[in-house]
Design a protein around this ligand. Structure first.
Ligand SMILES: NC(=O)C[C@H](N)C(=O)O
Length: 305
């Protein structure tokens, strides 16, 4: 797989106010989610507690805070708007609001999936993450491998009171899983949102999904090469180059200004050079122009930068 830190060199700039020269920077593919499921207590005090835990993720999503509650089940999101800033606030719902999703993710093939469901599903937002809903309605819990992207999300189905959560193939987007002392399940982008309320918590394993109906985790990402002790295909530099370029290009999907963070090393320089070369072909260029903003972090008296 590609080194995910390479891809992280692409940064999203603060989306509001819109396109002006970049002055501030937020890390890539942010947003913070917190889901608390199956609480025995759903008093005002519990709701307030969930909200205050969710607020600890505010640094991940400065643009919006949202909360869904159905009895003892809570889904909260702090949003960093990337795709469809004006309509994509979360939680996201299906047409009759019986299925609810909070997500931290970028779904690169969302337009393709939208087309596939255009006749069957009424999309209410422009969010790339909304495609999770029709996929779930069509395929139940067996759709995660149809998402091309980086993500962590929690979906709650009010009709049968079940939920599922999933994390992308290699764990680009963070996710933690814990249990409260009342048996509730806590799932959050960062530990700080759940550690005080969960005597036990762990990393949500990358490439896995958790299903409340099945009562556990299962791997959804099972590429053939997992089983290979020695790679079956020989190293092909051109194939690698093409895959790398494609990986960078699809990450230019954004409705907000963006830039590249240069570490000073080879990886981020490669990301910057591919971005610069292909920027002109992208939707982003139509909105923000073809000038590429770049950033470096330097320390006083450190002479590298
Ligand atoms: N940024 C995110 O993680 C969610 C979604 N892609 C949005 O733009 O709102």
């Amino acid at each position: 797989p590609l080194n995910t830190s390479i891809i992280h060199s692409l940064l999203l700039l603060q989306p509001h106010p819109p396109p002006k020269p970049a002055s501030s920077v937020a890390a890539s593919t942010m947003c913070g989610i917190l889901a608390v499921l199956g609480c025995a207590d759903w008093s005002q005090a519990k709701r307030a507690r969930v909200l205050s835990c969710s607020r600890r993720l505010k640094h991940r999503g400065p643009d919006w805070s949202g909360l869904f509650q159905c009895e003892g089940n809570f889904l909260a999101q702090q949003r960093l708007s990337v795709v469809s800033p004006l309509s994509g606030d979360q939680p996201l719902y299906n047409e009759d609001r019986t299925v609810v999703v909070v997500a931290n993710g970028e779904i690169y093939n969302h337009k393709k999936i939208r087309k596939q469901f255009a006749a069957k599903h009424t999309f209410t937002t422009g969010s790339d993450c909304e495609v999770i809903i029709p996929l779930y309605e069509e395929y139940g819990e067996n759709f995660v491998n149809m998402l091309d992207g980086v993500f962590s999300f929690v979906l709650y189905d009010t009709r049968n009171k079940t939920y599922m959560a999933a994390r992308d193939a290699v764990g680009v987007n963070p996710l933690y899983f814990g249990r409260g002392s009342d048996g509730s399940v806590w799932i959050a982008s960062e530990m700080k949102a759940l550690h005080e309320d969960c005597p036990k918590f762990e990393l949500f394993p990358p490439g896995n999904l958790y299903s409340s109906a099945a009562g556990g985790f299962r791997r959804w990402y099972n590429p053939q090469w997992f089983a290979e002790h020695v790679p079956a295909t020989a190293y092909q530099p051109l194939v690698l180059r093409e895959a790398f370029e494609k990986a960078v290009i699809k990450r230019l999907m954004t409705d907000v200004p963006f830039g590249v963070l240069l570490s000073g090393g080879l990886d981020s320089s490669l990301v910057a050079s591919v971005t610069k070369r292909h920027l002109i072909e992208t939707e982003a260029a139509k909105k923000f122009g073809t000038e590429l903003h770049s950033f470096v972090v330097g320390l006083e008296r450190a002479h590298l930068i």
